[in-house]
Ligand binder design. Structure first.
Ligand code: ARG
Length: 389
């Protein structure tokens, strides 16, 4: 019998997928990943069963997501097109990894997902799974099935007495995990329209944000965030806590017209309070401990790393190569960055590190200056030499 492992979210599209595959004689195994999204797995599991799933895997991947995906991305300071901290994009290769894993365990010949034909996520899932096992066949029903609208999908489920979680008309398409939230569709499709306040999930609007500024310190050890205000936290708790603290100040919203992989532009808004503050804190500590050329190289690598994540090229040699360079730079990224949070934003107001290369006696314009000013003249002459005719 044909067997398919489906990346199942419990939403309308993938619930229809379960029934659609079952109707076509497939044995359907559902795979649900917990990446820190708000969820209620029990009703989703029930819907999958009613729709015809033979088995449902639910896996808590949060620790692996943080360790092998979020932290490397943070060490790289990866941000796509200057605004997107890549939460959705980072989750896809991990989901693909487990689709392949479950397919092997279940001896399934097929894997499937509920992504549409014009998004990035289909590419990320398929490229990743092909790299991990090119023999598995991939089916993406949404690219060719008979349903043209959500209403048709709802009708199909109703006809077969399959429940859904769709209560009212769904306005936005939302993807969420611990690193951030991606929101598109509805009014957002007009890039001129200000995002309606109901589009946001975890950040306060400027009007409702906390107005009394506060100070916050974030401590890092070898490129990994380890404490807030001097108190140690496991990374997962630290991210959750920062999302709360910064979200209350309306920090971490971005609004981006982005260049998708498949050649179109789309407008998306993002909420990622913890991600923005952590990347910023990480960069501040790097500013103290990295030498100039490594720091400049790393800025370029950050752009390439973000592209690799966005383009679905996680399991590739070029990603590994960049990891090697980045990890080499992180050994001394230990220290503390101090921020002031205010309504709608934050600013770094201080940073320190035991490995700091900053030398007050060389930088000062005041007393105690040890910089040898007399050497400057010959340095400048040599620096200019290649350009002199
Ligand atoms: N545009 C983002 C990306 O390509 C997010 C995609 C998923 N967004 C969503 N609202 N469902 O990674």
């Amino acid at each position: 019998m044909k067997k398919v492992v489906l990346a199942y979210s419990g939403g309308l599209d993938t619930t229809c997928c379960v029934k659609w595959f079952a109707d076509r004689g497939f044995k359907v195994v559902c795979f649900m990943a917990d990446l820190g999204q708000p969820h209620d797995f029990a009703p989703a599991k029930k819907r999958a069963k009613i729709a015809g799933a033979s088995k449902i895997y639910i896996k808590d991947l949060r620790q692996e997501f943080i360790k092998d995906y979020i932290l490397p991305s943070l060490k790289a300071n990866a941000i796509y097109e200057e605004k997107y901290t890549l939460a959705t994009a980072l989750g896809r290769p991990l989901i693909a990894k487990y689709l392949v894993d479950v397919a092997h365990k279940e001896k399934a010949q097929y894997i499937a997902h509920g992504c549409t034909g014009k998004g990035n996520d289909q590419v990320r899932i398929e490229v990743s799974s092909m790299i991990l096992d090119k023999k598995l066949k991939i089916i993406a029903p949404l690219r060719f099935w008979e349903f043209k609208t959500r209403e048709e999908e709802l009708k199909y489920l109703a006809k077969h007495k399959i429940p859904t979680d769709v209560t009212k008309k769904k306005v936005y398409s939302i993807d969420e995990n611990i690193w951030g939230i991606s929101i598109e569709c509805g009014a957002l499709e007009d890039p001129w329209v200000e995002p309606p306040s109901d589009a946001y999930r975890i950040t306060k609007s400027l009007a409702n944000a906390k107005s009394k500024p506060t100070y916050l310190t974030i401590g890092f050890k070898a490129g990994v965030p380890v404490e807030i205000n001097g108190k140690k936290y496991p990374v997962m708790d630290l991210i959750k806590k920062l999302n709360k603290i910064a979200g209350a100040y309306g920090i971490g919203r971005t609004d981006l017209v982005e260049n998708r992989l498949i050649g179109i532009k789309s407008r998306e808004i993002y909420e990622a309070p913890a991600a923005h503050i952590l990347i910023s804190a990480h960069k501040e500590i790097e500013s103290l401990v990295l030498d100039r050329e490594t720091a400049h190289k790393k800025q370029k690598v950050a752009l390439d790393y973000a592209d690799i994540i966005y383009y679905g090229l996680w399991f590739t040699p070029q990603k590994k190569k960049l990891d090697n360079f980045i990890n080499e730079t992180q050994k001394k990224v230990t220290g503390v960055a101090r921020f002031k949070l205010f309504k709608g934003g934050f600013a770094c107001v201080g940073r320190k590190s035991p490995y700091s290369l900053y030398k007050k006696e060389l930088a000062t314009y005041g007393k105690g200056d040890k910089f040898d000013h007399s050497k400057a003249e010959s340095f400048i002459k040599n620096w200019a030499k290649p350009y002199l005719k």
